[in-house]
Write a protein that binds this ligand. Sequence first.
Ligand code: P1T
Length: 389
Amino acid sequence: MANTKNYGFSTKAIHIGEEPDFREGATGDVVIPIHLSTTFARKKVDKPTAGYEYTRSLNPTRNALEIKLASLENGRFGLAFASGLAAESTILLSLIKPGDHIVAFDDLYGGTKRLINQVFDNYNFNTSFVDAVDPKNIENAIKENTKLVWLESPTNPLLKVSDIKAISEITKRHGVILVVDNTFLSPYFQKPLDLGADIVVHSSTKYIGGHSDVLGGSVILNDEDLYKKIQYHQNAVGAVLAPFDSYLTLRGIKTLAIRLERHNKNAIEIAHYLEKHPKVIKVIYPGLKSHPQHELATKQATGYGGIISFEIAGTIDDAKAFLEKLNLFALAESLGGVESLIELPAVMTHASVAKEVREQIGISDTLVRISVGIEDVADLIADLEQALV
Ligand code: P1T
């Protein structure tokens, strides 16, 4: 395809990686076939057919997804894994050695914190968790042996926003690799590589897949040496995305832009509704003027996303009663699907974070997180209204 770099986001989302094959004997599919074969035959011992040998190393359907993911993040290379945590583990295994140090945002998905703090702790590397809202906290935490800075922006579940460009200037100065988890905004709203990040990671289980029917993780980057290291471990460790799951993810991506527009629009309306509700003490959403990093969020991304966190009045039992009274919002972990979900981070997604740590960073027992879906917003507000009594 000529001049693909100039294509708009949705054109890339639909076409890149899935160009019809018109070569002799090919069928011209407009959708990449699901190549279920785990192994690929060759005519000559020294010549794998079209570069394919074994699906863990390279699979045509996964490869199409990896090419598409890279193009959407304006990156050179993409890699697809079996889950977000599989992608994260592979980055850590590829780039960190015993004795190394990591600086990470103090608010991260509970599973990511558990991975860095508990699983990899056994491999003897240390992590400093800091509030990355102020880039100086990152700079102050960097030591001689710091290898990585790990951010989410906005964070899960407190939706804190950090200045990716300013932090990337710090990491470049110190020769440290900057990893940004872009799950909450997706490449449609935010492109961390353009802002100076070295590696973008996603739980593609969320907005990228978009339909709560496929787990996955992705890594996108520009640096060839880093890519080779992570690609080596993708194959050598083996936590790859399956061909059928690659297909589902490719299918989901095609509507990423229109889904995200609607998630964002619905979320803005719901955030305003919640802000006025007497039972709601505080609403956290980067699109609200009351959000402490609203200006930064507006500057570094083109939308605010579909996740809202809020504190409800009363006790944890009041919060549980509210969640259990909803009809349309499914009481479930995860986020980013077309259907609206609601959860209590202290008991669900962030239960693996110690209570003292949760309290210290602001994840109270009555903090509720919603993933606003793309349903009719009036129906979503009516559901919240009947449950917030
Ligand atoms: O679930 P998995 O695909 O392995 O992705 C992990 C992950 C990584 N990064 C972020 C920002 C995430 O939110 C997640 C998964 N989060 C949830 C399941 C959740 O409900 O928050």
